[in-house]
Design a binder for this molecule. Structure first.
Ligand SMILES: Cc1cc2nc3c(=O)[nH]c(=O)nc-3n(C[C@H](O)[C@H](O)[C@H](O)COP(=O)(O)OP(=O)(O)OC[C@H]3O[C@@H](n4cnc5c(N)ncnc54)[C@H](O)[C@@H]3O)c2cc1C
Length: 426
């Protein structure tokens, strides 16, 4: 623990709300709470926004807003465990916690539960995409927001049929789609070289540059009066009865009336400080940025069979993929990273730099049922949770912040809180 002036400085901190985690979720909660007139401190053990929210694919796509637990995913995961280059991987372990997590994951992936879980997530993402579109008017700097749609390329008929079934489901939720043939794909995106069985275009989807978004969001939060304490690790909590009194951090105690846990994939570990047993697991993914090439895509592209995400930034091309259920291991598996690039090259023309780009790794925060938990902790009356946003944290962050602030301020909630209720889950 650090001694000296910094510790004294942190000891003096007290706010109405203290938030653990300055990712997309923690910062959006902070913005909504400060707008509601609360004094807010956000605590992060690193720099603001540098967790999973930093190098993700940057998609703001309600069309891809399903819970992680889906019919058939567990079976696919088992099959892909044997393939070192597969896009979905479960690190084998004898851990009883992992076995229990997988059991709950399999149960949550029933068609009935999946169909029930999808509309609330789509609603959060749809609302949030509009919020991100409005954000540049208030944000201090540009973050590359563009609403040019998402083009889902399907190499196999099976993938196209599955994609169309999902598109039919989400269309009544306000997510329109179009069916495109090969000619239309080539005409619109000359960078596409691989053959497809067909494509589905979602015109309302958007994308951004996630690292720039995090910088703009942190700056915006500060400009509204949010205090962000960086390099300050939460190591414990002072809990009395059913209330939290203070966070114990590497720079001293931080007192508050209410506390929010928004520590992404690390929320299970931090939750222990509050006496909670949160079944959180990190699902690792990678992204790489290539220089802009001659045939730069004009919109986001999803290589559906290969589970590879393409985001055309203004000066670079971001390629992201893989989902490895690993806990909190952030090491880079070169074989999997190479598989992402190889898969992308089979379908697209893009730059071949002399030295390969540095891969970024991040952990998607996953609860076994694949649904975010947003609301009051079942055990502690002044602890609130905003965790478990799996593959959808950036695209649903503004709505998450709004819903959490509604609940904390006892306002009529902007969204039905029931599907996200932590009760019985955390
Ligand atoms: C490869 C990849 C691609 C993705 N693509 C997309 C996409 O296109 N669109 C989308 O919406 N989502 C995407 N996601 C998911 C998205 O990145 C996450 O859902 C989202 O970033 C989660 O946000 P968060 O704020 O909960 O967590 P994080 O951004 O990880 O923030 C958690 C913060 O908590 C801090 N913290 C942890 N422990 C402590 C502690 N003890 N004390 C203090 N602070 C602590 C961390 O330092 C971190 O800053 C992708 C993820 C990956 C990995």
């Amino acid at each position: 623990m650090n001694e000296g002036p910094q510790k004294t400085e942190a000891r003096e901190h007290h706010a109405e709300v203290a938030i653990v985690g300055a990712g997309a979720i923690g910062l959006c909660c902070a913005v909504e709470l400060v707008r509601a007139g609360r004094s807010v401190i956000v605590v992060d053990r690193g720099e603001a926004g540098r967790g999973a929210s930093w190098g993700n694919a940057g998609w703001l796509t309600p069309s891809r807003a399903a819970p992680l637990a889906q019919p058939g995913h567990a079976k696919k995961g088992m099959k892909w465990m044997l393939d070192p280059e597969s896009p979905f991987y479960i690190k084998p372990s004898l851990s009883p916690a992992l076995a229990l997590w997988l059991l709950r994951f399999v149960r949550a992936g029933s068609p009935k539960r999946y169909l029930r879980a999808m509309p609330p997530i789509v609603e959060l993402c749809d609302w949030s995409t509009d919020a991100w579109e409005r954000f540049p008017a208030e944000a201090p700097s540009d973050f590359g927001f563009e609403r040019r749609g998402l083009l889902m390329l399907c190499e196999s008929q099976h993938e196209l049929d599955a994609g169309l079934r999902t598109a039919e489901l989400t269309e009544p939720m306000g997510v329109p789609y179009e069916r495109w043939n090969n000619d239309r794909v080539r005409e619109a995106e000359p960078c596409v070289i691989g053959p497809t069985a067909g494509a589905i275009f979602f015109p309302k989807d958007a994308h951004c540059e996630p690292d720039l978004l995090m910088l703009a969001l942190a700056e915006h939060a500060r400009s509204l009066g949010v205090t962000i304490l960086e390099q300050t690790e939460v190591t414990g909590a002072r809990v009395e009865g059913n209330a939290v009194r203070a966070l114990q951090t590497s720079r001293g105690e931080i007192g508050a009336d209410n506390f929010v846990l928004a520590a992404g994939a690390w929320s299970g570990a931090v939750g222990k400080a509050f006496g909670l047993r949160i079944p959180m697991r990190g699902a690792k993914g990678y992204s790489l940025k290539f220089p802009r090439a001659e045939h730069h895509p004009t919109r986001s592209i999803y290589l559906s069979d290969r589970k590879v995400a393409i985001n055309p930034h203004r000066e670079t091309l971001r390629i992201a993929g893989t989902l490895e259920l690993v806990g909190d291991d952030l090491s880079v598996n070169t074989r999997r990273v190479n598989a992402i690039v190889k898969g992308a090259r089979a379908m697209l023309r893009f730059a071949e730099p002399q030295s390969p780009p540095e891969p970024w790794a991040g952990l998607r925060p996953c609860l076994p049922d694949g649904m975010p938990a947003i609301g009051r902790s079942p055990k502690l009356k002044n602890l609130w949770l905003a965790i478990g946003h799996q593959m959808t944290g950036v695209k649903s962050a503004p709505a998450t912040g709004r819903l959490l602030a509604d609940l904390m301020e006892s306002r009529t909630p902007s969204f039905d809180p029931a599907p996200f209720d932590p009760e019985g889950r955390c």
